[in-house]
Design a protein around this ligand. Structure first.
Ligand SMILES: [Zn+2]
Length: 428
């Protein structure tokens, strides 16, 4: 399951390279002394393949070194350290290093940032005093020496997971959904679109689709959410093609859950939490007090709604390429299937089956494929713009973002959204 509210703090593209030089008990005690350690000088050497940075220290020191992206930089933190009085300033740019910046941070930590021309590997070690020098912290950038520590990239571990997209074909079984003038049933058309969409997503590296139904049978609305949650889906996309009395109306719309729908659902979760073992954003509510449970739920819902809105805008943008857009802004409604508090969710009204021209097109594989392609492109663009930490997409997005257009329809909805057809709990 997606955990938007609780993954924000680990979403930094951070690569911890080395943490803390080993300390003997004596030096550890020295480190915790009130004075801390003085940085007497920062020196730089550049060679054809690597750059070496040496910090001359008054004593042994703990340190943290991180390689970061966007922009590329190496960040060195030295707890309890300070620049010695009389020390020269930071060295000038050289080699891969574009700039060296230093700042004292709250809590007595000295931070030195090396801005880089491009990303490189980094390693560090503490050198003991010798007859010429005292303690030195050595940082090597670049090179492929055998002694180099592997860079462990936290946001893209080797076992980075695939994103899970739950695709929900509306209706099914005894519920045909809307029926067109020529007898086309919504449940059949949306299942066809859902299956094409699944194929396309499964063919996408780093993504995997699951269908909440894959046949002509009915699945209760809450079961559709449950299936998505059981698969730990990162996104829920419900597909519909509804009818409206006015047969001239056509075009696509994209819905997310309204705030009122979210509030209703929060009350339900809070009321039922003692009987439920479900986790919200990876956190159990049943052992939390009323206030904390309510705050946690609200955080999760807010993050999910924000993500839902962003994803829905990308999908709406790509639907423009298929044809008419019924509602040019993301719509909000109280659709039951969109109520998962921790899965960003949207409902796509692909077209109006009540419109004879759209009904005719919806029956065809070509139009079904076009709609599936547009939804797929929107979902893909959304995830490349904001990939969840620990996913293969995050890994790929970090190195080569795909050339997908940002949505041109991004208009923050300052005015209350227009509610279209749904004003009560419904599956659409
Ligand atoms: Zn429907």
């Amino acid at each position: 399951m997606s955990t938007p509210a609780f993954s924000i703090c680990v979403a930094l593209s951070l690569a911890i390279v080395a943490v803390a030089a080993p300390l003997s008990p004596a030096t550890a005690a020295a480190h915790t002394a009130a004075h801390g350690v003085d940085v007497r000088a920062v020196r730089l050497w550049t060679g054809p393949d690597n750059t070496r940075i040496v910090l001359d220290l008054s004593g042994s020191a703990q340190h943290t070194l991180a390689v970061m992206k966007n922009p590329d930089r190496v960040v060195l933190d030295l707890p309890g350290a300070r620049l010695a009085a009389g020390a020269k300033g930071m060295p000038a740019a050289a080699g891969v290093i574009k700039e060296v910046r230093m700042a004292s941070r709250p809590g007595g930590e000295l931070r030195i940032v090396f801005d880089l021309a491009h990303s490189i590997h980094a390693k560090s070690f503490l050198a003991k005093p010798n007859d010429r020098y005292g303690y030195r912290l050595v940082i090597d950038l670049g090179g492929n020496g055998a002694a180099e520590l592997p860079v462990r990239v936290l946001h893209a571990p080797p076992d980075a997971r695939d994103l899970i997209i739950a695709i929900d074909a509306g209706h099914g079984g005894e519920d045909p959904g809307a029926i067109g003038k020529n007898g086309t049933r919504e449940k059949d058309v949306v299942l066809a679109i859902a299956r094409v969409l699944k194929q396309r997503i499964d063919a996408e590296p780093g993504m995997k689709a699951v269908l909440t139904r894959d046949g002509d049978y009915f699945v209760p609305l809450r079961d559709r959410m449950r299936r998505a949650r059981a698969q730990q889906a990162d996104l829920f996309v419900s597909i519909h093609a509804d009818a409206i009395r006015d047969r001239s109306v056509d075009g696509s719309s994209v819905y997310i859950l309204s705030q009122r729908g979210a509030t209703d659902e929060a009350s339900r979760w809070l009321a039922e939490r003692e009987n439920a073992s479900d986790l919200i954003g990876g956190v159990s509510l049943d052992d939390k007090g009323d206030v904390l449970a309510s705050v946690l739920l609200d955080l999760s819902q807010t993050a999910s709604l924000t993500a839902s809105h962003a994803a829905a805008e990308y999908v709406l943008h790509h639907l423009y390429s298929v044809g008419e857009i019924r509602k040019p802004q993301v719509q909000e409604a109280r659709f039951m299937v969109l109520k998962s508090p921790d899965i960003p969710s949207m409902l796509v009204e692909t077209a109006y089956i009540s419109n004879p021209r759209e009904e005719q097109r919806l029956r065809g594989a070509a139009q079904q494929a076009k709609l599936a392609a547009a939804i797929h492109q929107g979902v893909r663009a959304y995830f490349y713009s904001d990939p969840p930490a620990g996913t293969r997409i995050a890994q790929m997005a970090g190195f080569a973002a795909p050339a997908t257009a940002a949505p041109a329809t991004t208009v923050p909805s300052a005015s209350p959204p227009v509610l279209a057809t749904a004003t009560n709990d419904s599956g659409g």
